[in-house]
Design a protein around this ligand. Structure first.
Ligand code: PAF
Length: 282
């Protein structure tokens, strides 16, 4: 393949993507922050002479609540500038009609087992992963990348997309990139912009809870310790659990594990996760 010549473009339909097939892809819903910039820079580093494509599409089929979809921050102009600064070649900003020509309806695919582990995202956001799989599958079909970079902040999403790609037999490598954090540990997220200043301060407790959990080598004690930190900050978690990092089932001795949390802070739903060393450290 000929080396891709850099000159950033914004395209709105699949016809504008042909010259970028085989490139490295970063799917986003916009409202880009430093965490996204890190994903784009990683894609740039992986791309060699190939194109880096960033999609900006707020996918209606992955929101459980209409109000959440409507208030999701939208900022295409500054997103385009951020993509250019981070080294993208193309911003793909499709309309709903381009993405879903047959109309917006949620697919009900057989989800990989990792998507429906009890007590995690699927229990609190039923249908969310069906929407994520639907949009990622469509984006992969239009963008035709050789690699796609996803943030580890959405650990479950990363695992679900990996499983979907494997089950569809797509020739596509899914690359996970470490979470980028604010100085107080809060994971960067487009939703942080919705936090009022007092809630923004309290939200840093999510990362403190994950850090505290990592101090305990027993999974039950780690979960209890993490929940204590949250409750002390008046945050009632939807879940704070330690799970096998790959299957998201129960921890297994000697296998990598992850502490995962979801909680509403001032009405804004936040998620985060960290490596939990307990199962491999002892
Ligand atoms: O992580 C996100 O921003 C979204 O879930 C994704 C992967 C872009 C699909 O809409």
């Amino acid at each position: 393949m000929a080396a891709y010549t850099r000159a950033m473009r914004v395209v709105e339909d699949a016809g504008g993507l042909e010259s970028t097939w085989g490139g490295v892809f970063v799917p986003t819903m916009g409202a880009l922050h430093a965490g996204h910039a890190a994903l784009i820079e990683r894609a740039r580093g992986l791309a060699g002479g190939r194109a880096v494509v960033v999609s900006v599409f707020v996918n209606p089929t992955q929101f459980n609540e209409r109000s959440d979809f409507e208030r999701y921050p939208r900022s295409l102009e500054s997103d385009v500038a951020a993509c250019e600064r981070a080294g993208a070649d193309v911003v793909f900003a499709p309309s709903v009609e381009v993405m879903y020509p047959a109309g917006v309806k949620v697919d009900s695919p057989a989800l990989p087992a990792v998507a429906t582990q009890p007590g995690l995202e699927d229990a609190h956001r039923p249908g969310h992963f069906a929407g994520v799989c639907q949009v990622c599958r469509r984006l992969f079909e239009l963008v035709r990348p050789s690699r796609a970079v996803f943030g580890e902040k959405d650990w479950q999403q990363l695992a679900v997309v990996r499983a979907m790609v494997a089950s569809l037999g797509l020739a596509l490598e899914i690359v996970g990139h470490p979470t980028v954090r604010e100085a107080d540990g809060l994971a960067m997220s487009s939703r942080n912009a919705l936090l009022a200043p007092n809630h923004r301060r309290r939200a840093a407790a999510l990362h403190r809870a994950l850090t505290e959990a990592a101090e305990h080598s027993d999974a039950n004690e780690a979960e209890a310790a993490g929940r204590r930190v949250l409750l002390a900050n008046r945050i009632v978690p939807e879940y704070f659990v330690v799970r096998d990092a790959a299957t998201l089932g129960d921890v297994r001795a000697g296998a990598a594990a992850r502490a995962l949390v979801a909680a509403r802070v001032g009405g804004v739903r936040l998620i985060d996760n960290e490596c939990w060393p307990g199962s491999v450290a002892v």
